[in-house]
Write a protein that binds this ligand. Structure first.
Ligand SMILES: Nc1ncnc2c1ncn2[C@@H]1O[C@H](COP(=O)(O)OP(=O)(O)O)[C@@H](O)[C@H]1O
Ligand SMILES: [Mg+2]
Length: 257
């Protein structure tokens, strides 16, 4: 359980003349739900791109599953802010698409059966034949989550996956992702700039500063889930501290959820 699955060791990133990361160090343990929280533009998505071998670091070292990212990309799957589904494929065929791209030699019917199981897990048992245009925003994100699970990755990287959804759907999806995480035992790295979201979901919150970015604070949370922030003195105290830190990082920051 406590095995280190992702490690950032004094990682620096620069583009042209701009230094994005100063020196970032953190790790993610196997089975953990980690939220990377920080102001807009601080490099949250950048951290996921580095894990997924879409970007090389300038200095320092990154390992994923004990290897450099270019050797371990198969251990990862992404869920982005927009679900990025193929519009001409129905829900099942969007989920099997992930498997078709990665798994050679698995029969179509096996993939289909697995896709049906995953769509049932994400609550879409009655919508499997629907095309993306027939699904709500939340339902499309559920398909994207099923597609990520379909390749059986060790790690799921989620980049503000619920931020485009309405408030009620967002809340429901947060509960849902916790339940999926509990059922599957996956490691989740979840990027957000929403303090409540991080407090509701995470085992550990890694707070990033403004550029050039450092890790400002690491907050461990062991409150039971489902969590209601207002019902927990501990969570309320963390929230107060994070809101104050955020106001110093992002002038004009207002609580959104
Ligand atoms: N390919 C790139 N070239 C130049 N600058 C980039 C590139 N990718 C990201 N950046 C810059 O890096 C910073 C961090 O970006 P990003 O990780 O997307 O932030 P966040 O996800 O926290 O909002 C931003 O200032 C962004 O403009
Ligand atoms: Mg981003």
């Amino acid at each position: 359980m406590d095995q280190e699955l992702i490690n950032f060791d004094e990682v620096g990133v620069s583009f042209a003349n701009e230094q994005i990361y100063d020196k970032i160090s953190f790790d993610v343990h196997a089975g953990e739900f980690v939220c990377i929280l920080g102001p807009s533009g601080c490099g949250k998505s950048t951290s996921l791109r580095i894990m997924g071998d879409l970007l090389e670091v300038t200095t320092g070292e990154v390992t994923v599953d004990g290897r450099p990212p270019k050797e371990s990309w198969r251990e990862l799957a992404y869920v982005f802010q927009s679900p990025r589904l193929a519009p001409w494929r129905n829900a099942i065929d969007n989920v099997t698409l992930g498997m078709e791209l990665r798994f050679d030699g698995v029969t179509k019917s096996k993939m289909r059966k697995h896709a049906e199981e995953l769509l049932t897990m994400v609550g879409l048992e009655n919508d499997m034949e629907k095309f993306p245009s027939m699904l709500s925003g939340g339902e499309r994100q559920r398909v994207a989550i099923a597609r990520a699970l379909s390749v059986d990755p060790k790690i799921i990287l989620m980049d503000e996956p619920f931020s485009a959804l309405d408030l009620n759907t967002r809340r429901k999806m947060r509960e849902e992702i916790v339940s999926i995480w509990e059922q599957t035992g996956k490691t989740i790295v979840f990027v957000t700039h929403d303090i409540d979201e991080a407090l509701t979901l995470a085992d550990r919150i890694i707070l990033m500063s403004n550029k050039p970015t450092n890790v400002m604070e690491v907050i461990e949370l062991d409150e039971l889930r489902p969590r209601i922030i207002d019902d927990s003195g501990v969570l309320k105290a963390h929230k107060k501290k994070l809101v104050n830190l955020f106001r110093s990082l992002e002038p004009g920051y207002e609580e959104g959820t």
